[in-house]
Design a binder for this molecule. Structure first.
Ligand SMILES: [Zn+2]
Length: 251
């Protein structure tokens, strides 16, 4: 069985972009850890930052529990995720603690600065995790760099509106109901995304996005990924092999 570490910026990013794939992997018996860089304490117009952070961590914990996954928060401040030395050491310690076979994080090009920053931090933490002399905390250095993947950006586009290419998709028809249930745990976000993003129904928005990815691959419902293969990261298709029959090639 494999260990999968999913790291994104805010509670609910992982559900929206890769919840179905994680549910699929969890259903196969793999160990999943879901991590948000921040508690998403900016995501409320009703509650103060402390209360919002507590509410959103509880929602993320309940969501992860639906697939038997553990949830952790790195505790970086919302809208203040930066690719700096203390943050890189904290993310490297997380990777060493989790000892993952597969790491999945956000797209290095995305709409939100925290999304882009956590992507770079995770990329570099995977490189640093086997470097024993790079000290981070109690966890031992890894033996090797884990396989690294970027999930789609929100909306699949960079800041210039250009579509970001994918390597492959995962057919999530079998786990879409679980993905919906996971995102539904993020109740506090229903009013927030209406105010900040003008999205009247965040569940319907996720539904539409997942169907749009599906259309790109000629199926009903899908999630998109690309593997980071630059030297010296692993080029072996670990995640592609794990999802098995649900793997979708680009048309
Ligand atoms: Zn986010």
């Amino acid at each position: 069985m494999a260990t999968i570490l999913a790291v994104h910026a805010h509670p609910d990013d992982i559900e929206i972009l890769m919840g179905g794939t994680l549910a699929l992997l969890a259903g196969q018996g793999h160990t999943i850890t879901v991590v948000s860089a921040t508690a998403g304490e900016g995501g409320s117009a009703e509650f103060d930052p402390d209360a919002t952070g507590r509410i959103r961590q509880a929602e993320a914990t309940a969501s992860a529990a639906l697939i038997g996954a553990q949830y952790r928060c790195l505790g970086f401040p919302d809208l203040s995720v930066f690719n700096d030395d203390p943050s890189r050491r904290a993310v490297t310690e997380l990777v060493r603690w989790a000892r993952p076979d597969v790491v999945i994080t956000g797209s290095p090009a995305d709409y939100h600065p925290d999304h882009e920053a956590i992507s770079l931090l995770v990329r570099d933490a995977c490189f640093a995790a086997p470097v024993a002399n790079y000290r981070t905390g109690p966890s031992a250095a890894l033996d090797a760099i884990p396989a690294l993947y970027f999930v789609d950006a929100i909306g699949g586009r960079d800041r210039q509106g250009q579509r970001i290419p994918r390597d492959f998709g995962v057919d999530i028809a079998a786990t879409f109901a679980t993905k919906q249930a996971m995102l539904a745990k993020h109740e506090s976000q229903a009013s927030w995304v209406l105010k900040q993003h003008g999205i009247a129904d965040h569940l319907a928005d996720m539904d539409a996005w997942t169907r749009r990815v599906g259309r790109d691959f000629g199926v009903g419902l899908a999630e998109g990924f690309r593997q980071y293969r630059h030297t010296p990261y692993p080029k072996t298709p670990v995640l592609q092999d794990l999802v098995g029959d649900a793997l979708l090639a680009n048309p």
